[in-house]
Design a protein around this ligand. Structure first.
Ligand code: NI
Length: 392
């Protein structure tokens, strides 16, 4: 069967490249994937699958009935949204939408999802259970998964698979990672309140700018001295604003940042840990503070047996030298983790790098992919889905 899947995929390859180029030329921002969803639904329908639009706002869902009535469903999730970036690749099929670009490879993900649906629908009589295809919107703003789940897409799902492109792995190769794949990403806002005064008379004021610099320094130092170095935490203050004029001591500063962690226990402790440090620094200098700690998405923790399934099909279908077992997770975030609160799952990294040249990173205006990776992605996912039901 793996040989047949490979053959079907290779036959479909020119059509898949066409699909990908269409998606690439017509990117849509998070939550606005209307044309993309209609296009995806059209491709699914032409493969004989019933596509449901408007799931999770601008998402699409389709199902493939297996040969047996399974007690649960295997879900395959891909994401469809693009980024607010002006493309500078110069490709023939570069974005036709000003200021919007598929710079995170979600056009590849959508194409791989469609290719997998096309291949599996051709071998439907051989698939032992039900498969649900999820085409998710709004991954870049970490909300699409929650929208989809609110519409019931995880009902009866017993396992979920997904992928993300990775430019530092060459096309034709997949990256397999056991355990943590991405980090939890939470948002932090800290307001420091002091008291205004003349720049020449600091002792009569409470300088919110100086105190906020102490807060930032204390947080960064405390990470290295009080957090377990084997449970990484990254806290980056990306925005700081406050003050009125050069000779007026600022009475208020706002700090905004992102907090990344891998270990679930660490993540639980972080809000109180941050507050303690902020409170103690502010108390030293009679400043007041307010903290908003807004949980974002959890860490993607790949399920062991589903990761083994991905590795074993990749070994069989792509051969050993096209697999990299990834020793390290990323501190990037991925809202695939929200599905994992409902069912075990695993994501693999799809290599899209050109082997013979430097590759631009994700989210870069010149980000490009080696399109031969599409076939690798479809073969891996299709074989994994087939094998998932045949080993039951
Ligand atoms: Ni992405």
């Amino acid at each position: 069967m793996l040989t047949q899947i490979k053959h079907l995929t290779t036959t479909l390859a020119p059509r898949l490249v066409e699909i990908r180029r269409h998606l690439h030329a017509h990117p849509e921002l998070s939550g606005q994937e209307y044309q993309t969803a209609a296009f995806v639904a059209g491709v699914l329908s032409s493969s004989g699958l019933h596509a449901q639009e408007g799931v999770g706002k601008t998402g699409v869902l389709a199902e493939l009935q297996g040969t047996q009535d399974s007690d649960h469903i295997l879900a395959i999730r891909t994401d469809m949204d693009a980024l607010p970036i002006q493309e500078r690749t110069g490709l023939d099929y570069a974005s036709r939408i000003s200021g919007v670009m598929h710079a995170c490879g979600h056009d590849i993900h959508t194409t791989v999802g469609l290719g997998t649906a096309m291949v599996l629908s051709q071998i439907a009589p051989e698939i032992g259970g039900k498969i649900r295809f999820l085409f998710q919107p709004a991954e870049e703003i970490a909300q699409g998964a929650s929208w989809m789940i609110a519409d019931g897409v995880m009902n009866n799902v017993g396992a979920i698979l997904g992928l993300h492109v990775f430019p530092s792995i060459p096309a034709g190769t997949v990256g397999i990672r056991y355990g943590a794949l991405t980090a939890a990403a939470d948002n932090l806002k800290i307001n420091i309140f002091g008291e205004s005064g003349h720049g020449a008379r600091p002792h009569e004021a409470i300088d919110a700018i100086w105190i906020s610099s102490q807060v930032i320094t204390a947080l960064q130092q405390a990470i290295s001295r009080t957090q377990n170095p084997l449970h990484p935490v990254v806290l980056s203050i990306g925005k700081i604003s406050g003050g009125r004029a050069a000779n007026i001591i600022a009475d208020q500063v706002e700090l905004s940042g992102t907090v990344r962690s891998l270990h679930p226990d660490t993540r639980t402790e972080l809000p109180q840990w941050i507050e303690n440090i902020v409170a103690n620094v502010c108390n030293c200098y009679n400043a007041k503070y307010e903290i908003q700690y807004v949980p974002g998405v959890p860490s993607v923790q790949n399920d062991y047996s589903l990761t083994q399934l991905l590795q074993s099909v990749a070994e069989e279908a792509l051969t050993n030298d096209h697999i990299q077992i990834l020793p390290e997770p990323s501190l990037g975030a991925e809202d695939f983790s929200v599905y994992l609160e409902h069912a075990p799952g695993a994501m693999f990294r799809l290599g899209v790098g050109y082997p013979d040249r430097d590759n631009y990173p994700l989210h870069h205006p010149q980000f490009e992919v080696d399109e031969s990776a599409i076939v690798t992605g479809v073969i891996t996912l299709s074989c994994a889905a087939y094998k998932y039901w045949s080993r039951k």
